[in-house]
Ligand binder design. Structure first.
Ligand code: SF4
Length: 1001
């Protein structure tokens, strides 16, 4: 039968010729025409072209893919259709088993190498190379690397045999069987008057044989995308010359006639000798990161839609070499901009919380830390509310956040409580009863079982623990789909242990993508492979970066290009040398550059979101050269948000962007949503000068509370340490619940509380009485250390050895401290008088204060009192200096409160204050004389701090390790961002140097 070949670029030559062909020889009653495409996407493109864009009747016009066509032929031939499995997971497991049998690798290594072997074997099998035919071809030739090639061929033979034993076929097997059927029975194709192949430019050996068999049995017209003597189409031309025209078929060349803005450029691409054209219609922009790239695309689409209200979303396309890195970003950014979207890829499945929960459930029994594993499960937004109610989940999470289960312990141990005499503020919260319901999760056996049994176990867990919402239906289906694939592994693998099953499930999940949004009325976002043959009015070609487009092509180490070339010529097998993949990249680029009819944008990322420089693609450079342009013509999208927003007409900004831009620029917001902004600001009580970095506005609600019950000196100490930390903890009342023991260390604040409690018990025995002997106090200290540590015991969740070591250390520290303290008290005539004491409220400079003091010592003979504060760490400077600088406002405030309230009557005087660093056994002292000297300076600093606080300025104040390392808000703080840090320093310096202000609470 004659084979007609028509060659030209997809747009417009091939499409026009295809439509013209169907017009001249239309399908209809009594004349069926079958159109065969390499992919379903290509078939959909042609259906849209024929039925929607050209308005043709399509009766008796049938579209099939290569795979579907082969199945049709086999069905027509009768007999059994083999079970086809193209799942990579299945084939990799089969190859893994062969590698283990081969004995060349241990199981772990075989698993790691299975993917690479499977890819090389697939190429050999698809090309039809086997040991016998190889010997026929190359028996008398010397072949470099023959032993390596022979090993791979042996493996390919065994791979084929193993598939046959299991009754499994691949798409290549189907194509070969269909080809053999047609050779014997060409009449099988008689139900179509004609077969039209469209759009493929490369086939594997099996597909090529099938195509040749069809062309021999029936009239075939091939629409082949290729342009003679154009370097961009060399990949397709090679296939045409070497594979398709071997029977002598002539190719009719269609005119190039590229329609749109790429018209002048595409002709010149990849031909360095050609002069550049003046292609002004093409625009190129550079951005910082994928999000900005998509953001800019969205702005351009909105501007187009504003200029052309009838713009058909479907005629706009965005194409990247691979859509995976962009999938989630498109969904976010286009949704913010109200742009409908058609995208086949919904992002990685593992990115969905329900998928993450699935893995967490399966891994739970093997997690070394029960607490962390359960927190992940219960904290998942997809966790089933029918298993635990929202309130129960909250209780369990609160408990888990503060519990400290040890490595390897069971869920039972989470419920061990502290002793009865442990005070409330040292008690870990008690375990909720709902925790028991999780015990079944830890009961799964670990020993080997068939894949199908493990899949059923996993399916039950998903059913019980993943929320039954309808919105999660597609995710549940995808998870069940993976389990089904794993069940099939019973055909190629022996039973496996639970951990191995879970690892395989997790690896399969990692590769899985979520379905995208297949709306028919949206901007089409596609990967370059899916966009082959597509046509757009407006096309954005994004991600033109080095290593991305063209993708990095690597040689196959198992079947190197030299061996592949040899197999192709003189061997005659159709197998592609890997590095020829670069020619396919060129083809894709040239085809896309010619796919835009009216507008073409190209973009690349000049830096990542983290600021690291990225390089434009060689193809973009080539495009600019061919367009007679340079990088000076590239439009730079600014990286700084404000600059970026200001570069866009206000109508193109989202309300959030416009609002933030107005606030930062101190512009009046648009009338339409000024009210919305104002209400938002009021809701947060953040009215005020928000343009000030760290300025949140006067914290009215906090100040209201402080007026009612008094300000606390310790809160002001936190403000002095770091205003932002104060804002988060006191104004917003946020807390980051931490476990007492995180698996590595015990929270130093918890240890500080333990020391307080022990000293309270020790000194409580004689507070207000005569001092006992130091040895008596030391013995009592040892006893109290033992009681507190033993009482907390397992409840603290610390490793027993570490807990014992901490007990010993604490005992040493506190015994040393009490001995030294008692010696000083004896010399000075003081005795501990008040412990953990709520001082009488006092008003100082018009501000009401209230607070709880660790200890106050009293000298009855001289009627002196001294404030004592236990600290986890001491300031580096002297206490007098720290007080004068405003760094330690707590001690002077307590002194003033006691002076003002005079609990010991008139005539009692302050003897200063001591900060006791218990861990270091060091003291910082403010003597009575120093206090007299610095009290005015301390008062000025306090007024400045209160003025800053009431004005709502809460800058970060990164300081020494002491206050940043254990800060609960380190994750929210931008201290690692140099400009923020610099602004914080500047603001804090300015606040300290300002004249002391009138304080208005
Ligand atoms: S980490 Fe340091 S600078 Fe940041 S909020 Fe905490 S204390 Fe302030």
């Amino acid at each position: 039968m004659p084979l007609s070949i028509l060659c030209g670029p997809f747009q417009p030559a091939l499409e026009d010729a295809f439509v013209e062909h169907l017009t001249r020889r239309p399908p209809g009653p009594g004349r069926c025409v079958t159109v065969v495409t390499a992919s379903q996407k290509m078939a959909e493109r042609l259906q849209r072209l024929v039925a929607v864009e050209r308005g043709m009747a399509a009766f008796n016009l049938r579209f099939v893919t290569f795979h579907g066509f082969a199945l049709d032929v086999l069905r027509a031939a009768g007999g059994e259709i083999p079970s086809v499995v193209n799942d990579d997971l299945f084939h990799e497991k089969l190859v893994e088993g062969l590698l283990v049998e081969e004995g060349a690798f241990p199981p772990e290594r075989a698993r790691a190498l299975a993917g690479a072997h499977r890819a090389s074997l697939r190429d050999l099998v698809e090309a039809g190379v086997d040991t016998a035919s190889f010997r026929d071809h190359f028996g008398d030739m010397e072949i470099p690397g023959e032993a390596k090639l022979q090993r791979l061929l042996d493996l390919a033979d065994r791979y084929r045999d193993r598939l046959a034993e299991r009754g499994v076929a691949t798409s290549a097997d189907l194509a070969r069987r269909a080809a053999r059927c047609l050779e014997d029975r060409p009449g099988l194709l008689a139900d179509s008057a004609e077969y039209v192949y469209y759009g493929f430019y490369d086939l594997n050996g099996a597909q090529a044989d099938f195509f040749a068999a069809v062309a021999k049995a029936a009239p075939v017209t091939l629409f082949f995308p290729s342009v003679k003597d154009h370097p961009g189409w060399a990949f397709a031309e090679r296939f045409l010359d070497l594979k398709l025209r071997v029977g002598g078929a002539a190719a009719r060349r269609l005119p190039m006639g590229i329609p749109g803005p790429g018209r002048e450029v595409v002709d010149r691409l990849f031909d360095p000798g050609s002069p550049g054209a003046a292609a002004a219609a093409v625009r190129v922009f550079s951005v910082s990161g994928a999000r900005d790239e998509v953001w800019r695309v969205a702005k351009e689409i909105l501007a187009l839609r504003a200029a052309e209200p009838d713009l058909d979303w479907r005629r706009v396309g965005v194409v990247a070499r691979t859509i995976e890195p962009y999938a989630a970003v498109f969904a976010d950014v286009f949704s913010d901009h109200g742009i409908p979207l058609a995208i086949s890829d919904g992002g990685p499945l593992i990115g969905h919380p329900a998928a993450r929960l699935a893995v967490d459930l399966l891994r739970l029994a093997d997690r070394p830390r029960v607490r962390d594993g359960l927190s992940d499960v219960v904290g998942s937004p997809s966790f089933s509310p029918t298993f635990l109610s929202a309130a129960e989940s909250e209780d369990v999470l609160r408990y888990l956040r503060s519990a400290g289960p040890r490595s390897g312990r069971t869920i039972e141990s989470l419920r061990d409580g502290p002793g009865d005499d442990i005070p409330d503020d040292l008690r870990p919260i008690s375990a909720p009863a709902a925790l028991r319901r999780f015990e079944g999760l830890f009961a799964a056996p670990a020993a080997a079982r068939p894949w199908s049994a493990w899949s059923q176990w996993a399916s039950r867990l998903f059913h019980d623990f993943i929320a039954p919402d309808q919105s999660l239906a597609s995710i549940r289906d995808a998870l069940e789909g993976i389990l089904e694939r794993l069940t099939r592994l019973d055909r190629v693998s022996t039973p496996v242990e639970r951990r191995f099953f879970v690892d395989t499930f997790a690896a399969a999940l990692d590769r899985e993508r979520r379905p995208g949004r297949e709306t028919t009325d949206g901007v089409r976002v596609m990967g370059a492979m899916d966009a082959r043959g597509e046509s757009f009015d407006t096309l954005f070609l994004v991600g033109l970066n080095e290593g991305v487009f063209p993708r990095a092509v690597r040689e196959d180490p198992l079947l190197p290009d030299d061996a592949r070339r040899l197999l192709r010529d003189p061997g005659g097998y159709w197998i592609l040398p890997k590095t020829e993949g670069y020619d396919e990249e060129k083809l894709l680029f040239v085809a896309l550059a010619g796919a835009a009819r009216r507008r073409l944008w190209l973009s690349y990322s000049r830096s990542g979101p983290d600021g690291r420089t990225e390089s434009p693609s060689l193809y973009l450079r080539e495009f600019l050269r061919a367009a007679g342009r340079g990088f000076e013509d590239v439009e730079r999208v600014p990286r700084a948000p404000l600059e970026k927003w200001n570069a866009v007409p206000p109508a193109g900004l989202t309300p959030l962007e416009a609002g933030l831009a107005d606030v930062l620029e101190k512009r009046r917001p648009p009338v339409a949503w000024a009210d919305f902004l104002r209400r938002g600001a009021k809701g947060l009580a953040l009215d005020g000068d928000a343009a000030f970095h760290g300025g949140a506005g006067r914290p009215d609600r906090y100040l209201e509370r402080a007026r009612a019950r008094g300000l606390s000196p310790s809160a002001l100490e936190t403000f002095a340490m770091c205003p932002f930390k104060f804002f988060m903890s006191k104004v917003l009342s946020l807390e980051d619940a931490r476990p007492l023991f995180d698996g590595e260390a015990v929270d130093p604040r918890f240890l500080g509380k333990i020391r307080h409690e022990i000293l309270f018990r020790v000194f409580g025995a004689f507070a207000g009485h005569e001092r006992p002997e130091p040895d008596t106090v030391a013995a009592r200290t040892r006893a109290e250390v033992a009681r507190v540590f033993e009482g907390l015991g397992d409840a603290a969740g610390v490793y027993p050895r570490l807990w014992a070591a901490l007990q010993k250390k604490t005992e040493g520290e506190l015994v040393a401290f009490v001995r030294r303290d008692l010696a000083r008290l004896a010399v000075e005539g003081f005795r501990p008088e008040k412990l953990e004491w709520t001082a009488p409220p006092a008003t100082i400079d018009g501000v009401a204060w209230t607070g709880r003091l660790d200890r106050v010592d009293w000298n009855p003979r001289e009627r002196l009192f001294r404030v004592v504060d236990y600290k986890n760490g001491l300031p580096a400077a002297s206490l007098a200096k720290s007080v004068a600088d405003g760094g330690s406002p707590q001690a002077p405030l307590y002194l003033e409160m006691l002076e003002s309230a005079a609990p010991w009557g008139a005539g009692a005087r302050a003897a200063g204050a001591r900060l006791e660093g218990l861990a270091e056994n060091e003291t910082k002292e403010l003597t009575a004389e120093a206090w007299a000297e610095v009290r005015e300076a301390a008062r000025d600093q306090r007024r400045r701090q209160l003025a800053t606080l009431t004005a709502g300025r809460f800058s970060i104040r990164p300081g020494d390790e002491r206050h940043c390392r254990y800060c609960d808000f380190a994750r929210a703080c931008r201290k690692a961002h140099a400009p923020s840090r610099e602004r914080g320093d500047r603001d804090n310096r300015a606040a300290r140097a300002a004249p002391p202000a009138e304080i208005l609470l």
